[in-house]
Write a protein that binds this ligand. Structure first.
Ligand SMILES: [Zn+2]
Length: 195
């Protein structure tokens, strides 16, 4: 068994015993891995296996099994859970977490681009297109819902969200947090027709 398979098996064990959504402490998880699957504590990183969290330098190839609740605390959901919510990340040196993506029905989508940039610099982009970081600042502020009609991919998987300039770029509108809003495809196209 690979470490990924062992982690997945441990999550299954927990679900079998306590049901989906069981809150598990890192310590409890590590001792289960050690006792049942002979995984050394130093090689088990539960935070690499979260639907809603991505660590530095971690690719998205590991199975998603847990919801990160806080330091050392996880909710055990198991593989294939239709998780919906923002994905958090703490860039190295940053004081807090930022949102870098969204998990839709258990599938994670992460913004491209550097993750080390100063969070405070993310308020503005020079060109028309917002940086991935700014996009996610806008999405996060708008709670991943269309500001016009309230549609959300978390509730309806057919909805996709776009970042829209409130004052259009062509009319001098800036690419700043204040001048950007989240719109669904329908509302975004409707706006384009009127302009
Ligand atoms: Zn809409």
């Amino acid at each position: 068994m690979t470490i990924n398979e062992k982690m997945e098996a441990a999550a299954d064990d927990l679900i079998e015993r306590f049901g989906v959504g069981h809150l598990v402490e890192r310590k409890e998880l590590l001792s289960l891995l050690q006792d049942t699957y002979q995984v050394k504590e130093s090689s088990a990183m539960p935070s690499d296996y979260c639907y809603n969290r991505v660590n530095n330098g971690i690719s998205l190839t590991k199975p998603t099994l847990f919801e990160y609740i806080g330091p050392g605390r996880y909710r055990c959901l198991g593989a294939g859970y239709p998780y919906n919510g923002p994905i958090y990340h703490r860039p190295s040196g940053a004081a807090g977490d930022i949102v870098i993506g969204f998990c839709k029905d258990g599938v994670r989508a992460i913004a491209d681009g550097p993750r080390k940039a100063d969070v405070s610099r993310a308020e503005t982009s020079k060109g028309r297109d917002p940086s991935p970081r700014l996009r996610y600042r806008v999405l996060e502020r708008d709670r991943f819902t269309c500001r016009a009609c309230g549609a959300s991919p978390a509730k309806d998987s057919g909805v996709s969200l776009h970042i829209d300039h409130i004052v259009p770029w062509s009319k001098g509108g800036k690419t700043t947090l204040d001048n950007l809003q989240t719109l669904c495809t329908k509302c975004n196209l409707g706006k384009g027709d009127l302009a």
